[in-house]
Design a binder for this molecule. Structure first.
Ligand code: FES
Length: 102
């Protein structure tokens, strides 16, 4: 199984991960990623990140995640919730996620 390099902005933190891993688990193990969480259950939108690179390596957003993104005027092709997204084998070597500021 391939390795995916996941970069978090604005922290500039990078870590190697594998398809199947949840982004929330990756950031819990790597506080240097500096992704903020609150509800951890697709309710608050605190963990929103802009997908700058590697969208194909992220799991498809379910209806709960889509609903939260909609509340912020976002769509899953541009923004994801770190408490919901998981890495998948999308034939992508790099993913870059940027914490939303608002
Ligand atoms: S932490 Fe609340 S939506 Fe992700």
């Amino acid at each position: 199984m391939s390795t995916i390099r996941v970069r978090f902005e604005p922290a500039g933190f990078e870590v190697d991960a594998r398809p199947g891993e949840a982004i929330m688990d990756i950031t819990d193990f790597n506080p240097g990623a500096e992704v903020p969480y609150s509800c951890r259950a697709a309710t608050c939108g605190t963990c929103r990140v802009e997908v700058l690179e590697g969208r194909a390596a992220l799991s498809v957003a379910d209806s709960y995640e889509r609903e939260v993104l909609e509340m912020f005027g976002d769509t899953p092709d541009r923004v994801r919730l770190c408490c919901q997204a998981r890495l998948v084998d999308g034939n992508v070597e790099r993913v870059t996620l940027k914490v939303c500021e608002d």
